[in-house]
Design a protein around this ligand. Sequence first.
Ligand SMILES: [Zn+2]
Length: 304
Amino acid sequence: MRPPLVYHRDYSAPLPSQHRFPMAKFQLLHDRLLQLDLASAAQLHSPLPAPRRWLELVHQRSYHQAYSRGELSAAEQRRIGLPVSAALVRRSWLAVGGTVLTARLALEHGIACHLAGGTHHAFPAYGSGFCIFNDCAVAARVLLAEARVRRVMVVDLDVHQGDGTAAIFQQEPRVFCFSAHCASNFPLRKQISDLDLPLADGLCDDEYLAAIGNVLPDLLSAVQPDLVLYNAGVDPHRGDLLGRLCLSSTGLLNRDRLVLDACLRRGIAIATVIGGGYDALAPLVERHSLVFRAASEQARLHGL
Ligand SMILES: [Zn+2]
């Protein structure tokens, strides 16, 4: 089986041309995966916008309404760092729907990959750091509410701490949050995850892979989640403009293989989201394609 993929053509909402968030990456990633034969029409699923009742399992109505109506204060808008537009509002609701769909497909098929998602700095009442709604948090809450899962683990290997997700689930024993991140990086004030693995600046492939490999397999065996939501952010890459770690592309690919293999060999379903990455579009899209390559290989190796 080739892994189910989730994508919507409205993910790349137009931004002012000089904006530093690489919004075009979603569409370019889609095109590149087709080119690399890592995606085909038969694999692709298109989400609907998340209904309000899903979003409100995590986010306060006052926040999502103000955001969606363009009524956030200038300070709230600055904290998000993206200029509001009707297209951006639409893609925000769509991407949450996309991560929920990816999680459902993962439960059905063992593995599924989203060509967006991982907006882990979003809190219930405000957005931050290019993150508006916390898609993985909503997906976990929806599946728990529907009794599709008993326990979920968020494995967040984006270079930035998954602070919003950690805060959302601090009092929720059914969701285990694991975040490995560059200790000196954004956000300055960290939240407390169920397990935080703060990493030193400049960490390279071997040390990084050893750090994750020493922790994750035992953690999966101990927590026994029914589903892992994996934030495969590529900003630990040495070429990343914001990352401060020193992974090569091979290092990232091996990281993704490690995470996918650790889940699949235990029979744990895994849904991947792409998370962050900041560089020129062409190298960035190559980095984001790695998790799809790893997923394709691992699905085959594990006979899915
Ligand atoms: Zn990041």
